[in-house]
Design a binder for this molecule. Structure first.
Ligand code: 5GP
Ligand code: ZN
Length: 111
């Protein structure tokens, strides 16, 4: 997808530090972290929102990424939070589906 910054991270047209990768997914640090650890987990393929993902392998690999990143960054014992902002009411700003993974400390805001 042209003009999508997250697609440019996937294609490496814009360099970013990839902290995790599997077949269908990459993860990198959020540029404006809201917690000690704030990663964004994204499908390599451009899907605008969580509602658009129709590929089971991508769904599986998103969950695989959560588990493996939790282990790799020592968030499996104390825990973390996964957030998806979907469309206007959810406050989605980047229209390439992503999961926020927040951790590394006790999070203050609660849903
Ligand atoms: P949304 O509101 O769409 O769920 O969140 C978009 C997130 O992407 C925000 O937390 C924002 O800080 C992050 N973000 C926006 N542009 C960039 C960028 O160029 N690089 C990185 N690493 N994160 C970005
Ligand atoms: Zn994209």
């Amino acid at each position: 997808m042209e003009d999508c910054i997250f697609c440019k991270f996937v294609s490496k047209e814009i360099p970013t530090e990839i902290i995790y990768e599997n077949e269908n997914v990459i993860a990198f640090k959020d540029i404006n972290p809201k917690a000690k650890i704030h990663f964004l987990i994204i499908p390599k393929k451009h899907y605008e929102t969580i509602l658009d993902i129709d590929d089971e392998n991508t769904m599986k690999d998103m969950f695989k990424a959560i588990k493996e990143i939790a282990k790799k960054y020592n968030m499996d014992e104390k825990g973390f939070r996964i957030i998806n902002n979907c469309k206007e009411y959810g406050g989605q700003e980047v229209m390439h589906m992503h999961l926020h993974m927040l951790g590394g400390e006790k999070l203050s805001l609660n849903i």
